[in-house]
Write a protein that binds this ligand. Sequence first.
Ligand code: 3PY
Ligand code: ZN
Length: 631
Amino acid sequence: GGVKTNIGFLLNVLNTKEFQEGICDTGFIEEHPELFEIKSSKDKELRLMKIIGERVVNDNKTLEKNFDVPQVPEFEKKNFEGYKQIFDKLGGDKLKEHILKEKKLLLTDTTMRDAHQSLMATRMRTIDLVKIAEALNYNMDKLFSVEMWGGATFDVAYRFLHEDPWERLKILREKMPNMLLQMLIRGNNTVGYKNYPDNVVVKFIKQSSKNGIDLFRIFDSLNWLPGMQLSIDEVLKNGKIAEATMCYTGDILDEYRDKYSIKYYVDFAKKLEKTGAHIIGIKDMSGLLKPYAAKKLIKNLKEEIGLPIHLHTHDTTGNGVATILQATEAGVDIVDTAVNSMSGLTSQPALNSVVAALKNTDRDTEIDLDKAEDISKYWAAVRPVYENFESDLKSGTTEIYKYEIPGGQYSNLKPQVESFGLGHKFKDVKEMYKRVNEMVGDIVKVTPSSKMVGDFAIFMVQNDLTPENILEKGKNLDYPDSVMTYFRGMMGQPYGGFPEKLQKMILKGETPITVRPGELLEDEDFDKIKKHLEERGIEPREEDLISSALYPKVFDDYIDYIKENGEVTKIGSDVFFHGLMEGESTEISIEEGKTLIVTLIEVGKLLDNGTRNLTFEINGSRRTINIKDET
Ligand code: 3PY
Ligand code: ZN
């Protein structure tokens, strides 16, 4: 099959159970020379030919591609006081005062994290982020922060890109000295799908702080404070900015839907304020916060809360910029946007559009629109390389107000449903998503609780279950892992409690927990992990121990991949995802001062033994490699 099928397959894998339970980089390689039994540059060439050859033969034969080279705008490496310097000078508590006094609307650029997580299944590679990082730092000097880490990026980097996310953080830190670097952390679930032991959470936050994260957006997938408290405390201990975040669901304008009322949010914000956090985040992961609801919510919060308010939303309904402008009128301090060419649909509202809208008003962002446009052009040229990971959503859809599916999940739900052979029942699954939400008591839906609702909905459709018949018909069934975890109380406690009858039926006599899972989980044994990784042939850094604690199998697989294939991060994304066409060349800088010019000369005929010979020219010398044709 062509590339479509294969990427579709990857998307399916992304949604399998294995994936949900759970970039080789220069730094990693330098610190792990043991991964390279083969060191000569001839062998590096051979490995590159093998990786590119595999793509050409097995992924890509039919794709006609013609990608523009993304242009990095010019920038001047000037000295200036960005928000990073202001924070380093003032510390979190005074930074908070500083933000409150700002007249202009402050912007966070989410392009490097949530935008590609929500548009293209989190597949953006470090090489594409790094290329634009300095231009962003120097040309977008008025930005408040850059969200570039956390959420799903950690896992996907290892799993699908064969990259080390810690290296991504280190390089971006170096390239963006004036920007506050921001990450998304799922409370005790950190960057995973389940609660981890407390010592894992502590180590993770410490190392992330040390490697360059300034601002942690901390949320709990059920808005359950105990699920966030440890993270908030640790961020404060490490001297970083704690953004305690409430997830928005429901509709505060609808008086018949009163579980998540304005009072609910104001009360929760007051609790968050008491934790000592510096900023209150509103995380509208599904884009449900309608423009006039935003106005009402922000107005009430500004009256009742003494902390800056940072609004995050998605544009899935098409109302995103309007929501931001209403929030701005009501006095919101900071908002999330993505550079235009990476905005809209399931991503964030458009940065450039917001900048333009506020010019010559008293909340002018002071961002240079021409420079922002040049950054947007860079991303516009990067985006087509990732097209196979995009959903087929072509316009905003108001059905999201009904289904309440988060941006990231929406773009993945269809391939997930298809992977269960239920593609023709996609609409039924969406309807069931809504009904499952009601059945479990109308809960906050964001990773990982959203995944539970999605898995449950698919399971219901698969087994012809309905909320009306499940207590009878569902008695003897084995429920998906995420559903079990949820009803055991291992994701925390939902506001309003569990539906008892359903919980009893699903747990079949098992007693659920009512305390914080971290109180019951044994501390992770890091010595054991160290030994395990040593046995696997590496001398683990602190970062590796943490990654292995978070994703044991994914990390092992990553190590094995690097051992076998060597470094892949230096390969351009067009070639990494699409290979080369006959006659096409690419430059790969394999180390400081050493660039390979690789040209694919010829793809040979299919041989009797099911392989093909591929001829390359590398820096002028011809070499041939034999690749098995699996198509
Ligand atoms: C994440 O947890 O990765 C999210 O972005 C949820 O919205
Ligand atoms: Zn989001």
